[in-house]
Design a protein around this ligand. Structure first.
Ligand code: BGC
Length: 925
């Protein structure tokens, strides 16, 4: 495969996307855009530190630079109040950004500079507009909280806002956050404008400036409803519970709830966003036949500036026996850039089945089926859910089944869920519980498999090139050879690109002897994470991309991402994350897209489409219902089958059926009592049998599995294999079963069959057939053009803490490096000069510890003379030491430089010893 890569074009595309997702919520008193002759006073410390993303695995891209909002404004020639900027610069120097220690410990926000009245008064006298920049962070293992500084404004922020708005009628508040936050202050402080710029990746500051100055007219629309109070969200009373989370709001998530039951609690509706111009959107044609509906809509720019809008179609289904939300998004289209007076007609076409509901109770007369209940289906068209107007009606004379399925994944525990009552008030009903025997289902469907034929000379390539069937190929493998294919290796496996999260496929020499390649996967979602320090582009976050409602643009951006993956010899990004924004405080909302499953599915599919141009892909995650980070390894999501099908599984289903998804990551949490990686109904009944998925499922890193009723355990891979979650991520060494999994016992004890192993191995191999696996390809088989490295000169490059080089004359056995004052904070480098006595093999033995959580990821990378000799990720060790060895060769007495690089803080280094190792056999006499 040959392609070219223009890094500047890539950055420009990321900037375009980061601007398209900005959502303007308010613009009074002609506050925005900033005019060319305006002088701007910028308040808020985050002006100097743009949050490119949230934290955790989805935020660890080593970006070559990050453009903050002040840089962005200056790059575009905006006149800034320099005096004020100097005050902030000096203060920030004294109060540096607090990263927190290690994984999941970065504060939700940073200490704000106290403002005195005189400073604001002075600023107002010399400038025309004020920007108040507020920032928020949350992430993996760290839900946001309904406290000041997270969901709410902090006291200092409140003071800043009230002072600045007092002096500046034109105050624009700019929100650099991963997802929505409390907005009740808008009414009380009355700022001129409010703009969400989200977390836009490394080009975010440029993009924000583009929108603020009107170079780009805002066209983003909210992908979530903003309610008056955090308590108003229907999941509020269940979110954050530790053991069990009942999804009592059922399908009434986000606007489905608010538009049905609580319209007056909405501050800003789903789909809403202003522009510097105005648009009308009207239905010009409404047509339907037996299968589909088609709406032609004319969007016209009726204002004075060029801009884009999003035409959105919603439906209201008849209440029927099941009960339905007042509105559901069914289709949307973003216009091109329309000049003043210009119009565009877009066609929104969708099948009737898109309006079906899943009947998990049988009340419609069709249990376990997608049904269109008899009655009138009203269609609404507009530019947000609230203001969309009626545009047509279709009648379904008799209840119609659009797809008959079989019950799967239903809850076992009884609970009640809400539904509309007779007069539209909130009523409730019992959730149907499981009515079949799951153990029996699994048992009678399990494949027995063919006996081992031994090596018949068939190689993986023969399958890939169609000469041999997958079945004949895999039949050659013994059980012992097959078992390791259920183990992925990582983190930072030496078999794939340095510093990435995992590898899978041909992870042992036996598997490789059959020609099975190894594939590499890396976080994701918004850019490539390589913990050894390799740089990659940091892209806008999921929320932002969803708010763009611009799927074609997302495909263009992820076409670049696909090339970047290919250049780095990585086969899959661990993303997009497509869990639903069930509650605004979920720490990983920044990675995910929206409260709406249809929007999520379309945007996720658009990403996959871009990456698929280069024989690389994305791994959609986390399958499923990973709706909170608190006790994410344990908390059982108890959900009705209807809510699963209509809300939490929908985007996965769309990615599988419409966008060719090949890799899925299951989630940490159990759903309805079964940890997802061991859930047969999730991974087999629904995913494979009902949706036709032919790809591979991997676990989340060190996830658990259980047998029904039992405890979750990362060793219970028997349950995983049986469920058809194909690969456990990650073991340090697949061949030696370093995680002590129980697959072999499961097989010998008859709890799983060879047939199940063969079935899962075929899933893995089928995926490998479609991937480049270019790290594995020897002899330069990969023709991807090495197109240079990411450009580093466009924004702020943060300083890397470094120690002075320390010498060590290596002489006797077991000498220790001087580790006093070692820098282990994020992105720090320590260099040692080792003088070796002569040619020889050595081991750098590191005794490490970490007091962080058991799912934390802290990495140290060791390089010798610039070449990586090992990258090691450890999780929390509970204070115990763990030992890691980096092996090296030294030649003669030349000086050797050993570098220790820490991607993130959190590792305690207790000692580093230099030991003599055995020379490799080819060098021994
Ligand atoms: C996260 C995944 C991620 C994996 C590998 C886990 O902690 O939940 O989303 O892809 O780590 O870094």
């Amino acid at each position: 495969m040959k392609f070219t890569m223009d890094w500047a074009e890539y950055a420009a595309k990321a900037r375009e996307m980061a601007a398209e997702g900005c959502v303007l919520l308010r613009n009074e008193r002609k506050t925005l855009p900033i005019r060319p002759d305006d002088t701007v006073s910028v308040f808020g410390r985050i002006q100097l530190h743009y949050y490119k993303s949230g934290t955790g695995s989805g935020g660890r891209v080593n970006a070559p630079y990050v453009v903050n909002i002040v840089d962005g404004l200056e790059n575009g020639g905006t006149k800034l109040n320099r005096r004020l900027l100097d005050v902030y610069t000096a203060w920030v120097k004294e109060h540096p950004f607090d990263l927190g220690v290690g994984w999941a410990n970065e504060p939700f926000s940073q200490e704000e500079m106290p403002l005195d009245r005189a400073l604001v008064e002075e600023a107002a006298a010399e400038s025309d507009v004020a920007l108040v920049i507020l920032g928020r962070s949350s992430g993996e293992d760290r839900d946001a909280e309904s406290v000041p500084g997270s969901w709410f404004l902090s006291e200092r922020e409140k003071e800043m806002l009230s002072l600045v708005t007092e002096y500046f009628p034109r105050t624009a508040v700019v929100l650099n956050t991963g997802s929505i936050m409390d907005m009740s202050w808008v009414e009380s402080t009355n700022p001129g404008a409010v703009l969400y710029v989200w977390q836009g990746g490394q080009e975010g500051g440029n993009a924000a400036a583009d929108v603020l100055t009107g170079r780009v007219n805002p066209s983003g629309k909210l992908s979530d409803t903003i309610a008056r109070s955090i308590e108003d969200y229907p999941s509020a009373k269940d979110f954050g519970s530790g053991e069990r989370n009942f999804y009592t709001e059922d399908i009434y998530v986000g606007y489905r709830y608010f538009e049905t039951f609580a319209k007056d609690k909405v501050l800003y509706p789903f789909g809403f966003g202003l522009s510097y111009t105005e648009f009308s959107a009207e239905c010009t044609e409404f047509a339907w036949d037996n299968d589909s509906i088609s709406i032609k809509a004319k969007a016209s720019n009726i204002g004075e500036t060029a801009g884009k809008t999003v035409v959105q179609a919603y439906f209201a289904a008849p209440q029927g026996a099941l009960g339905k939300p007042a509105r559901q998004l069914v289709s949307f289209a973003k216009t091109k850039l329309l000049l003043p007076g210009e119009s565009e007609t877009v066609t929104l076409r969708f099948p009737f089945s898109a309006m079906a509901s899943y009947d998990d109770s049988g009340l419609s007369g069709h249990k376990s089926a997608w049904v269109l209940e008899a009655g009138d289906y009203a269609l609404y068209l507009g530019q947000d859910v609230r203001s969309a107007v009626f545009c047509g009606l279709v009648s379904v004379p008799e209840t119609r089944v659009t797809e008959q399925l079989e019950e799967a994944l239903s809850p076992v525990l009884p609970f009640r869920r809400i539904r509309p009552g007779k007069d539209g008030e909130i009523a409730d009903e019992a959730v149907p519980v499981r009515s079949y025997d799951l153990a029996e289902r699994i048992l009678c469907r399990r494949p027995e498999g063919v006996p081992c034929t031994g090596d018949r000379g068939f190689r993986f390539k023969d399958v890939k090139e169609g000469r041999v069937t997958m079945e004949d190929f895999l039949a050659q493998l013994t059980d012992e050879e097959l078992i390791p294919i259920t183990r992925g290796e990582g983190m930072c496996s030496p078999k794939v690109t340095p510093g990435i999260a995992g590898s899978f496929g041909g992870v042992t020499k036996e598997l490789q002897a059959y020609g099975i390649p190894v594939a590499g996967c890396s976080d994701g979602p918004s850019g490539i994470r390589m913990d050894c320090g390799t740089m990659a582009y940091s892209l806008p976050n999921g929320t932002l991309m969803a708010c763009s409602f611009n799927a074609p643009l997302e495909t263009e951006l992820y076409d670049f991402e696909g090339r970047e993956l290919r250049i780095n010899h990585i086969d899959s990004l661990l993303g997009p994350g497509i869990n639903i924004h069930r509650h605004p405080l979920n720490g990983r909302n920044f990675e995910y897209f929206s409260e709406d499953p249809y929007l999520t599915g379309v945007m996720a599919g658009a990403q996959l489409a871009g990456m698929h141009h280069y024989d690389v892909t994305g791994t959609i995650k986390h399958f499923a219902a990973n709706s909170q980070e608190k006790r994410r390894h344990f908390c059982d999501s108890v959900i009705s089958e209807r809510a699963l099908r209509e809300i939490y599984l929908k985007a996965f289903e769309m990615c599988v059926k419409d966008y060719g998804a090949r890799l899925i990551m299951s989630s940490y949490n159990p759903v309805n009592g079964l940890w997802t990686a061991g859930s047969y109904d999730l991974n087999t009944t629904i995913l494979r049998n009902q949706w036709g998925f032919a790809g591979m499922v991997m676990t989340d890193w060190w996830a658990r599995m259980n047998d029904e009723g039992g405890e979750g355990s990362a060793q219970n891979t028997t349950a995983m294999v049986r469920a058809q979650n194909d690969v456990f991520m990650v073991a340090g060494d697949a061949a030696s079963n370093s995680m002590s999994d129980n697959t072999a016992e499961g097989l010998s004890g008859g709890r799983i069959t060879r047939g199940e192993l063969l079935r899962n191995a075929a899933n893995v191999c089928r995926v490998l057939c479609g991937l480049a696996c270019s790290f594995f390809a020897e002899g330069g088989e990969d023709e991807a053009v090495e197109a240079g490295r990411p450009e580093t000169s466009r924004g702020t490059v943060y300083e890397q803490p470094q120690t002075a080089v320390r010498p060590l004359e290596v002489g006797g056995e077991g000498q220790k490096l001087d580790i006093s004052g070692l820098h282990t904070e994020a992105d720090s480098l320590n260099r040692y000069r080792l003088v070796m006595p002569g040619i020889g093999a050595y081991i750098l033995r590191m005794e490490l510890a970490s007091s962080l959580g058991e799912l934390s990821q802290s990495t140290v990378t060791v390089k010798m003379n610039g070449t990586m000799i090992g990258s090691f990720t450890i999780s929390g060790t509970g204070g115990e030491s763990t030992v890691r060895d980096a092996k090296l060769m030294a030649f003669g007495s030349i000086e050797n430089y050993a570098d220790f690089y820490f991607a993130q803080s959190g590792i305690e280094v207790r000692s580093i010893e230099v030991l003599k190792d055995e020379l490799p056999s080819f060098m021994r006499g």
